[in-house]
Design a protein around this ligand. Structure first.
Ligand code: ADP
Ligand code: MG
Length: 498
């Protein structure tokens, strides 16, 4: 691990934040768990405890849902004008921006990701999402509809109304961004929220809770209950007074959420796993495709649901591209996220390290050949080498299952039809990419790939205006853009006889 530059001096406000046990935000108050229990969140670069956090469970979820219900039905929130909601969201985005460095450091300490990326990706994206959704608050429109029902004349129109109390369960890979993706559209349309951050990374969501209070959101509009998935998460997903549950995480847990939601048939949206195909044609600009394919898999240590984890390369350029991606992988500065020079950090947790190493072992046992990487780095922290596997077969676990680590399988193909079949041979359908200079081929491929997003000559480009979500077992519904408003509203038809 080449880390030549000294670690960043941790911001004083971050030290202060970490020095106090963190509580839960329920009904506008910061409270301990009724059980008195706390859990530790760790620094993945060292494995040391970073902070203790109150451990919410069913009792806290019950209280938070009751607070969200009260705030939805009475008090200032339901009477607020759309413009006032928009202003609150805008104010929150300003506050996040003002606390940019502090939030970036907190994210890096808790998740492990390079500070470089917390600064240029995580915090600015959260700001942009709140700002984009602030604009929608005043544009939630229905339609007037001429109807032909007999015997009289009618005036008919639709209203879009907030779905109600929303439960939101988020993962650990982009903790602040995921909180923003969930909260911003729900608040823009007038819902109230109970957010459960991942147990591995609760800190930025809790800090965001303080900023939400500072922005002036009424009590109970946003409740933040940290805790474990099997307890707090399960209680939220099955809660009879939650109108909608929005989840981002593994496909396995997504299935549990969908089942838990059946009790009161709450609305469900899911953003789940992926095994995204990244296709490089012989006519691609390799100066872009090679580094693009490396960052497609290695960005965020491969812990991103859209990771380009299956690299398909035309056989005529297979060795050249694989060698190129291998060269790129060696350029990464692997180290603690708090070092300025680091651009590849540790995995989030010991469990994630074990999971990724398990896949490396399984690939080796099943006969995959390692071009670069293949091992854990050192004994401190949860670092893994960027890894490229070749000689893989379609049935291998490393080809079929989501690894969620810096591990890519590279596979040669002969022609577009073959690569479409390879690419779509998965239970997932989140994202894909195509690298080619032939625009007709690019768009033909875009039509054939069964994924919610297709990138052409780029990768991992997200925007608050661009809908995002999955085909097949990658999820239900679309977040971002106008589509996100539909997730958090009901349509009401009003029909008046004239
Ligand atoms: P990972 O396995 O990578 O940790 P998960 O899908 O388990 O990903 O976690 C995503 C989120 O889902 C986290 O907030 C976690 O606490 C939550 N979660 C895990 N299990 C459950 C469950 N049974 N019910 C509700 N939420 C859960
Ligand atoms: Mg889990």
């Amino acid at each position: 691990m080449a880390t030549t530059i000294a670690p960043v001096q941790i911001h004083r406000s971050v030290q202060e934040f970490l020095s106090r046990p963190r509580k839960l935000l329920i009904g506008g108050q910061w409270v301990d768990a009724k059980s008195g229990k706390t859990f530790a969140t760790y620094n993945p670069a060292t494995g040391e405890v970073l902070a203790q956090v109150a451990e919410g469970d069913r009792a806290e979820i019950d209280k938070a849902v009751a607070a969200a219900r009260k705030a939805f039905e009475s008090g200032p929130w339901p009477d607020m004008s759309p413009a006032e909601r928009g202003r609150l969201l805008w104010k929150l985005s300003d506050l996040i921006e003002q606390h940019h460095e502090e939030l970036a450091e907190l994210e890096t300490l808790d998740n492990g990701k390079p500070l470089l990326f917390s600064r240029i990706v995580d915090v600015p994206t959260a700001v942009d999402v709140f700002r984009y959704m602030a604009g929608w608050a005043t544009k939630i429109e229905g339609t007037t509809i001429p109807i032909s029902a007999p015997h009289a004349k009618y005036f008919a129109y639709t209203l879009r109304e907030p779905v109600g109390v929303v439960g939101q369960i988020i993962p650990w890979n982009f903790p602040l961004i995921m909180a923003a993706w969930k909260l911003a559209p729900a608040l823009a349309v007038g819902c109230t929220c109970v957010l459960k951050p991942a147990e591995q990374t609760p800190l930025t969501a809790l800090r965001l809770g303080e900023l939400i209070q500072e922005a002036g959101f009424p009590d109970g509009v946003v409740n933040i209950v940290a805790g474990f998935g099997e307890t707090a998460g399960a209680a939220l997903a099955s809660h009879p007074d939650v109108d909608k549950i929005a989840f981002t995480g593994s496909t396995e847990v997504g299935r549990l959420i969908a089942n838990a939601a059946t009790g009161n048939l709450k609305k469900v949206s899911l953003e789940l796993g992926g095994k995204s195909p990244n296709v490089v044609f012989a006519d691609a600009d390799l100066n872009a495709a090679i580094p693009g394919s490396a960052s497609a898999i290695f960005f965020n240590q491969g812990q991103i649901c859209t990771a380009g984890s299956r690299l398909f390369v035309h056989k005529s350029i297979f060795d050249k591209v694989v060698d190129g991606v291998a060269e790129e992988s060696k350029k990464f500065q692997v180290g603690p996220g708090m070092n300025e020079s680091t651009n590849l950090g540790p995995l989030v947790s010991k469990a994630q390290l074990a999971r990724v190493c398990g896949y490396l072992d399984s690939g080796a046992k099943e006969g995959a050949k390692t071009i670069v990487g293949g091992h854990r780095i050192g004994n401190t922290g949860y670092f893994v080498e960027p890894t490229i596997l070749v000689g893989v077969k379609p049935h291998m676990k490393v080809v079929r299952e989501e690894i969620f680590g810096p591990v890519v399988t590279a596979i040669p193909f002969n022609d577009p039809d073959e690569v479409v079949a390879f690419a779509n041979d998965t239970i997932y359908g989140l994202a894909s990419a195509v690298w080619t200079r032939d625009i007709s081929k690019a768009h033909r491929m875009a039509a054939k790939l069964r994924t919610g997003t297709v990138w052409i000559n780029c990768y991992n480009v997200f925007d608050p205006a661009l809908p995002f979500g999955g085909y097949k077992q990658s999820g239900w519904g679309r977040e971002m853009g106008h589509a996100a408003l539909e997730l958090y509203t009901e349509s009401k038809s009003v029909c008046a006889q004239l």
